[in-house]
Design a protein around this ligand. Structure first.
Ligand code: ATR
Length: 277
């Protein structure tokens, strides 16, 4: 019997996950299919129970259901619980267990540039769901400091207060972060500023950037956001959101199948999809 995998979201039409995972199934000769389902908030519980009843092996959860799905699952992994969001669910004999591979996906994707978070001074721009997953995951890895800059500083304060791991952090305005920018060797942009169609926008000025810094943007559409172009022109290293997207998917695939898939092939597949739009 064909194994069922899925992604639940709303909207879901532009998700690149189905092509990415279906390609892996064919690569590994798995008799499986990964389908996208557009699910309304008020029907999420039925959708989750439906997948359980159908015997789905695993599924992803994306915007806007990452937090609201939690009460409908049987067990939540510790990191996902602390982040307060789930993006990957595995069905273990009828028991649905929720994980969050977003932060770990970012961390793994970073590996090609920064192999150890220990000793780094980090700036996270933004305080939404993605920032939260990345901040909590990196906080576990013993960096020197992680500051959070956000338009609404109160939300940055909230993230810092709620972080379950011991870490030195300051909540900053975007302007303050711009002023202190030279202090950081890793700068992570997690807001939607610079995403299509507002590709000329940039959350902070890079005037004071340290040229040794690595600037990461979790956006992959466009592949080079305004802040990345600016950082590159100033001599800093840059990384776009492709790695995080691919690795969060790879980690989900590993949770479901026990096999860490071919990352390079996944990347090429995603780039092809982005290029083919
Ligand atoms: P996600 O879950 O994808 O991270 P989110 O929770 O909606 O998305 O968070 C969006 C982030 O982008 C927030 O940090 C938000 O800042 P506020 O907390 O002040 O709302 C930030 N953001 C979005 N649009 C912005 C803009 N035009 N200028 C500055 N920050 C913006």
């Amino acid at each position: 019997m064909k194994k069922l995998f899925a992604v639940l979201g709303n909207p879901i039409g532009h998700s690149m996950s189905p092509v990415m995972h279906n390609d892996l199934f064919s690569l590994y000769n798995m008799n499986a299919v990964y389908l996208p389902f557009q699910v309304k908030e008020e029907e999420l519980k039925e959708a989750v129970n439906g997948l359980r009843a159908l015997g789905a092996v695993g599924f992803n959860v994306t915007v806007p259901h990452k937090s609201t799905i939690m009460p409908f699952l049987d067990e939540i992994d510790e990191l996902a619980a602390s982040i307060g969001a789930v993006n990957t669910v595995v069905n273990q004999n009828g028991k649905l267990i929720g994980y969050n591979t977003d932060g770990l996906g970012f961390l793994k994707g970073l590996d090609e540039y920064v192999t150890k978070i220990e000793g780094h001074k980090i700036l996270v721009i933004g305080a939404g769901g993605a920032a939260r997953a990345i901040y909590f995951t990196l906080a576990k890895e013993n960096p020197v400091q992680i500051d959070i800059a956000n338009r609404t500083v109160e939300k940055a304060v909230e993230l810092i207060t709620e972080c379950p791991y011991s870490i030195t952090s300051r909540a900053l305005t975007l302007e303050e972060a711009g002023n202190y920018l030279g202090e950081y060797d890793l700068i992570i942009q997690t807001t939607m500023i610079g995403m299509e169609p507002n590709t000329e926008e940039q959350p902070i000025s890079l005037e004071n950037i340290n040229k040794q810094a690595l600037v990461c943007d979790i956006i992959y559409n466009p592949l080079e956001t305004s802040i990345l172009r600016d950082a590159k022109e100033r001599g800093a290293a840059v990384q776009n959101g492709i790695n995080m997207f691919v690795y969060q998917g790879a980690l989900a695939f590993e949770i479901w199948t026990g096999r860490l898939p071919d990352i390079q092939r996944m990347k090429e597949n995603v780039l092809r999809q982005l290029g083919g739009k």
